[in-house]
Design a protein around this ligand. Structure first.
Ligand code: SF4
Length: 353
């Protein structure tokens, strides 16, 4: 382990000279760190850079986020995907205001008890914002550790995860734990990359088991993935208004595929009967076209959606709205925030946003 302490110091020195200048690295504010960490989960850094400052302009404090209506939060998140993250961040902000007077708790257990804060996010906030020796393991850290320590069991398995967290816990102890965690992630993102690790530029090369053993290309061992489940859906593009300024009906279905987000009405199954039944259920008197506009394939993490797009003309339908069903102009969609699937289906139906 002393050799690893040495590697820790080298990694920190490397980070000081090579860290990318990213907006969330200029703050130690726990709320701002939290927002960045949630955004960075499953989203590329370049994309997050575009959204981070804008989100914080709209919700500059945890209190501002907590009191915002869900529609506004979802609209600010629109385009980042994985909308469950936004709902949980919003719920977490409300819990911070209710339980902790608007201050993100320093205490680890209290932080972990907040909605949406798992072990990784708690550790990132604890180490970066509060300077606590709390570990993090994300995909980048897992890859670096698998190579550094020669861990050759598959990622995603319980024993592999336990070993990775144990190593992270050991190594985070010492000066500047927040910078150390960020240095590990930075190394994984820029040097010890999945496809082309730059071992010659690596500050911890001398300590790396995989480099010594020639097993860099073999590690980490990928987790066994199950293929995404195929799901058939019908999407209804129900429009009215003039050709130059059409309006579409959107539905918000809590707990569904895109729970909390305004979307085209979606129903399980394909075929005209499915589309007709959906119109009945929505209570809209609309004229359905005789044929579907085609089928889109849309891949989510665990599902491969085959979405048949149906268009219906609802001119003359009373404009009654509810908390879960409303008409929106195409230009107004940006304000409420819709999924990329809705954008694609609108385009397929001839209504580009
Ligand atoms: Fe990764 Fe190569 Fe550095 Fe080892 S020496 S940590 S494999 S970049």
């Amino acid at each position: 382990m002393p050799a690893m302490r040495f590697a820790r110091a080298k990694l920190l020195a490397w980070y000081d000279g090579h860290a990318r200048d990213l907006p969330w690295r200029r703050t130690r504010d726990a709320y701002r760190v939290w927002v960045s960490e949630v955004m960075l989960q499953q989203t590329r850094v370049e994309t997050v850079v575009r959204y981070y400052a804008r989100f914080l302009r709209r919700f500059p404090t945890v209190r501002a986020l907590a009191r915002a209506p869900e529609d506004r939060v979802m609209a600010a998140w629109s385009g980042l995907g994985y909308y469950r993250r936004a709902r949980l961040l919003h719920a977490g902000a409300r819990a911070v205001v209710e339980r902790h007077a608007g201050r993100v708790p320093v205490d680890y257990a209290a932080r972990r008890a907040l909605p949406g804060i798992g072990r990784y996010t708690a550790g990132a906030i604890g180490s970066i914002a509060f300077g606590r020796e709390e570990p993090v393991v994300d995909g980048n850290v897992a890859r670096v550790f698998a190579r550094l320590f020669g861990i050759d069991t598959p990622l995603g398995r319980g024993d592999t995860a336990a070993r990775l967290w144990l190593e992270a816990e050991r190594l985070v102890r010492g000066p500047r734990p927040g910078d150390f965690n960020q240095a590990l992630m930075e190394l994984g993102a820029t040097v010890c990359t999945r496809a082309s690790p730059q071992c010659t530029a690596c500050p911890v090369r001398a300590h790396c088991r995989a480099h010594r053993d020639g097993s860099v290309a073999r590690l980490p061992i990928a987790r066994a993935r199950s293929s995404p489940r195929a799901v058939k859906l019908a999407a209804l593009v129900i429009s009215d208004g003039s050709a130059s300024s059409p309006r579409v009906w959107l539905q918000r279905a809590p707990g569904a595929l895109y729970g909390g987000l305004w979307n085209l009405p979606l129903r399980d199954g394909h075929g005209r009967r499915t589309a007709e039944a959906a119109l009945d259920e929505l209570g809209l008197r609309a004229r359905l076209e005789s044929r579907a506009r085609g089928t889109l394939e849309h891949v989510l993490t665990h599902r491969r959606l085959h979405v048949q797009v149906w268009r219906a003309d609802a001119s003359g339908t009373p404009a009654s709205t509810s908390a879960t069903l409303r008409r929106h102009t195409l230009t107004g969609l940006a304000r409420v925030g819709v999924s990329s699937l809705t954008e694609r289906a609108l385009e397929r139906a001839g209504l580009a946003t």
